[in-house]
Design a protein around this ligand. Structure first.
Ligand code: FES
Length: 79
């Protein structure tokens, strides 16, 4: 019997969008924090990795801007 894709060690990454809610990221995708590196004139040069979030099989990423725990959704988008 085949294992459901969601339980496979490396399921195919995909993103689904909840109506008026977060992006749901599936597939054990590493989630890193980056900070923009700028020149002395403020021109963007590159992105520097500054950290990595706890690894999960699935993430709910805030897209409303109201979460107190960005980049993760905390349910604040609900009316
Ligand atoms: S999408 Fe849920 S708090 Fe922003």
């Amino acid at each position: 019997m085949a294992m459901p894709e969601s339980e496979a060690p490396n399921p195919t990454p995909k993103i689904t969008i909840q109506t008026d809610g977060p992006y749901i990221v599936h597939g054990s995708v590493p989630l890193v924090q980056k900070q923009q590196v700028v020149s002395e004139h403020g021109e963007p040069l590159a992105w520097e990795k500054t950290g990595e979030l706890e690894h999960r099989k699935t993430y709910a990423l805030c897209r409303c801007g109201q979460s107190a725990h960005k980049p993760l959704c905390d349910g604040s988008h609900k009316p």
